[in-house]
Design a protein around this ligand. Structure first.
Ligand SMILES: [Zn+2]
Length: 276
């Protein structure tokens, strides 16, 4: 599965080779405002990401664990990996009924589907340009749904490929809004709720609004986590929230700053860096 793990090197490749003009030089030519300008390009062309076009009708579901990674033991007979997959199937059906296309990082417990690395999962998710990515977990303690966004500090989107391990940082404001939307829907459905922030992979590498949805038992009854009615209530509330979210999601103003950044660099003399 493709990853962006090599992009950190691209970030280091932006050092310019040009030197400041000296008084002995002729009148300098006006700057050429392209990425090929020597002040900008440096030794290697600097790749700029394609403009973000969010696929508003696409949702990514990542049922955590799978294969030899069973996750938490929810009860004597229930492993977390099975709960996350079951909830994902329910969500997929409800979202499909509402006109969404659902991308799942795995749809079976086979080794091929369950042996994904966290980077694999983030790679699948990030290629979808989805309106939302939900990482599904389950636990035996607590009550209801635990809804986490990334705990990374929000940063402004930069006109370059973001660092892989903190790519979610540019999306924090959107993830916060998505968290509010889904939390409201769960509360209206009478489902107990814990809201928080946690910094974990693969969520921190996701380049879309992203949350962890951790299903806990209802009424502190561990077996309830497998009950169809309970899972359906949770899935229906989330699917309804995503239907509202579809018209609200926005990409960070990522590339709108690219041109002005290049202009600034081209009119400077000396070192260049797209990350001042
Ligand atoms: Zn888990």
């Amino acid at each position: 599965m493709a990853t962006l793990s090599g992009h950190a090197q691209h970030r280091q490749a932006s050092g310019g080779s040009a030197t400041p003009g000296s008084s002995a030089q002729a009148v300098p030519k006006p700057p050429v405002l392209t990425t090929q300008h020597p002040l900008v390009a440096g030794p290697a062309p600097l790749p700029l990401p394609a403009p973000i076009a969010i696929q508003r009708r696409v949702i990514v579901l990542d049922p955590a664990h799978g294969g030899s990674d069973a996750g938490a033991q929810i009860s004597d007979t229930t492993a977390e990996k099975d709960v996350t997959l079951a909830l994902a199937f329910r969500l997929r059906a409800m979202l499909a009924a509402r006109g969404f296309t659902v991308v799942m990082t795995r749809d079976s417990d086979a080794p091929g589907g369950g042996g994904l690395t966290l980077d694999d999962r983030a790679g699948v998710a990030n290629h979808a340009h989805a309106a939302a990515c939900l990482v599904l977990h389950a636990g035996s303690s607590g009550d209801g749904v635990h809804l986490y966004r990334s705990d990374l500090d929000a940063v402004s989107a930069e006109p370059t490929v973001p660092p892989w391990l903190t790519a979610q940082a540019a999306w924090i404001p959107q993830s916060r809004l998505l968290q509010r939307e889904i939390a409201s829907a769960l509360a209206r459905s009478g489902i107990p709720l814990v809201i928080g922030a946690v910094s974990v992979r693969p969520m921190d590498s996701l380049t879309c609004p992203a949350l962890i949805v951790e299903l806990a038992p209802a009424d502190e009854d561990a077996d309830s986590i497998n009950q169809t009615g309970y899972q359906q209530r949770v899935a229906r509330a989330i699917a309804g929230a995503l239907l509202v979210w579809e018209s609200r999601v926005q990409a960070p103003p990522q590339l709108s700053v690219a041109a002005s950044t290049i202009t600034t660099l081209a009119t400077q003399s000396g070192r260049t860096a797209l990350h001042p």
